[in-house]
Design a protein around this ligand. Structure first.
Ligand SMILES: Cc1ncc(C[n+]2csc(CCOP(=O)(O)OP(=O)(O)O)c2C)c(N)n1
Ligand code: SF4
Ligand SMILES: [Mg+2]
Length: 216
């Protein structure tokens, strides 16, 4: 099968790379996203998983326990993009010198607060430099881990603890930041958005750019 073909049914049958026992809420969308992204790796590949602070990080990696079958690095919000781009660069150098043989893939997960707001400069730098890595933002619409504060991904009029709907406010006054468009403006090989509830949209997903770009 062509390496870039995505066979959802076949991928569902693969071994989970996120072990059970993590502490995310039952049914949490972050878990669904992470499990499916990691399953899309080729079974023989190794991954280095980066993860900005947030619900996913505090619930899947509580030192000395980890739910990840792959290598895992917890980073601060501000440097999630920089951390994995540094690791990816070191890997390329070591590989050139013949010091590592295996195929490694570099994947960073961040929430919407960590991605749209606090880690945006670091993500932008990593994308602009063209590192061979994948950044996945799981967007649950707010800073959930600290009590549902609004982020720039929160939709307009949403009721959050910092934009409460009531007599004096109709919820968040600003509209949602279009981060996919911002990422596409970096002219990287692939930018996509999806959701679990039917509506799927993608940007710049041409077959040529995917093949040229970062492959799982
Ligand atoms: C620089 C910094 N500011 C604030 C915090 C506190 N903090 C920890 S988790 C979190 C919420 C993260 O929100 P998001 O990235 O959307 O992930 P979610 O919790 O929604 O999965 C915040 C604000 C922190 N750890 N570091
Ligand atoms: S509170 Fe955190 S762990 Fe629970 S469903 Fe929301 S994002 Fe997932
Ligand atoms: Mg969030």
């Amino acid at each position: 099968m062509d390496k870039t073909t995505f066979d959802f049914k076949e991928i569902q049958g693969r071994e989970d790379r996120l072990a059970p026992g993590y502490r995310l809420c039952a049914g949490c969308g972050a878990t669904i996203a992470v499990r499916n992204v990691l399953k899309a790796l080729h079974p023989g590949d190794h991954a280095v998983v980066g993860n900005a602070t947030g619900c996913l990080e505090v619930s899947s990696y509580t030192y000395p326990y980890t739910a990840y079958e792959d290598s895992y690095i917890h980073t601060a919000f501000e440097n999630a993009g920089a951390t994995l781009s540094g690791v990816e660069t070191a890997y390329r150098v070591l590989r050139k010198k013949g010091k590592v043989g295996a195929d490694y893939k570099f994947i960073t997960f961040g929430g919407d607060g960590g991605t749209y707001d606090i880690g945006l400069q670091s993500l932008s730098g990593a994308m602009e430099r063209g590192h061979d890595m994948v950044y996945v933002c799981y967007d649950n619409g707010a800073y959930m881990n600290t009590g549902i504060q609004r982020s720039s991904a929160t939709p307009e009029f949403a009721d959050t603890t910092t934009t409460p709907v009531g007599k004096v406010s109709t919820g968040k006054p600003q509209s949602r930041k279009d981060l996919a468009a911002v990422m596409a403006a970096h002219h990287i090989p692939y930018v996509g958005q999806t959701t679990f509830i039917g509506r799927i949209s993608t940007q710049r997903p041409s077959g040529r750019s995917i093949r040229k770009g970062r492959r799982f």
